[in-house]
Design a protein around this ligand. Structure first.
Ligand code: B1M
Length: 216
């Protein structure tokens, strides 16, 4: 198999052994780290998600795939392009209450950090009061929430309601991301009920593109 397909298989099979060597081969073949992640590793994760959804793959194997994914991102991270300019603005990033999925959130962290933003990544299963406390403590410009479960989309809705009811709706613009969301749910339904700014990011790059106008 070509190395790119082998990398995809490593995610699907949860095969860690030989990962580092394959990543190096792919880089030597001229693939940029973010292309390796987006075009090959995440394609593997897509297959994992489909199989898991159909009941063809059990949870412990999904966990192994996630571990390989995390290792691959950690191994590629030092080779990613980074801007020298820092201090472009601060975002508090969290996976919402009840949700443990953090691979996407952590990719957003890496991409924003490498592009000069100050990212306060407070982790998974974060209740809204913790997110607000971090945003206050770090004088954040933006709040970013991630969540992959359908349930998490409802938690995000409650979180926005909490910001509004505490009079904080206008204090921080909010970026929402995660596989269960849709653009129209965020930018029509949720935005219609929120007294501040809420935007949807389909992927980490869209999250990056949203930051600049929001930190103005
Ligand atoms: Co879970 N899981 N999982 N899982 N898991 C999903 C989400 C699921 C769709 C799988 C399926 O059924 N097909 C399903 C949800 C179904 C639903 O809600 N309707 C599901 C389920 C059911 C569960 C459990 C409930 C299973 C169980 O226990 N019975 C359980 C949940 C526990 C909990 O949260 N309380 C569970 C657990 C797990 C593992 C721990 C095994 C593991 C997570 C490990 C980890 O993250 N540390 C896991 C995994 C790996 C997945 C799938 C297969 C892959 C997720 C992933 O990492 N994708 C997933 C299938 C799927 O998503 N279709 C699935 C790669 C990642 C880069 O993508 O996070 O979407 P993603 O991020 C993208 C964009 O969404 C965006 O940018 C990223 C790419 O650039 N983005 C943002 C995300 N956040 C953003 C924030 C932003 C901007 C952009 O700004 C703030």
């Amino acid at each position: 198999l070509p190395v790119t397909e082998r990398l995809q298989r490593r995610i699907i099979d949860g095969e860690l052994k030989g990962l580092e060597a394959d990543l190096e081969l792919a880089r030597n073949d001229g693939f940029a780290p973010l292309s390796i992640i987006n075009d090959f590793l995440l394609e593997g994760m897509k297959v994992v998600g489909e199989r898991f959804g159909k009941g063809e793959m059990q949870l412990p194997f999904v966990l192994q795939s996630a571990e390989v994914m995390k290792s691959a991102v950690a191994l590629l991270e030092p080779f990613m392009e980074k801007t020298d300019e820092g201090g472009k603005g601060t975002i508090v990033l969290a996976t919402v209450r009840g949700d443990v999925h953090d691979i996407g959130k952590n990719l957003v962290d890496i991409i924003l950090t490498n592009n000069g933003y100050n990212v306060i990544n407070i982790g998974i299963k974060q209740p809204m009061n913790e997110i607000i406390a971090a945003a206050e403590a770090h004088n954040a410009d933006v709040i970013g929430m991630s969540g992959l479960l359908v349930k998490s989309t409802l938690v995000m809705k409650e979180n926005l309601q909490e910001l509004t009811s505490r009079g904080l709706g206008k204090r921080w613009p909010v970026i929402l991301g995660g596989a269960a969301l849709t653009r129209s749910f965020v930018e029509d339904d949720l935005a219609g009920q929120f007294d501040g700014v809420v935007r949807y990011a389909k992927d980490a790059f869209e999250g990056l593109a949203l930051m600049e106008p929001l930190v103005q």
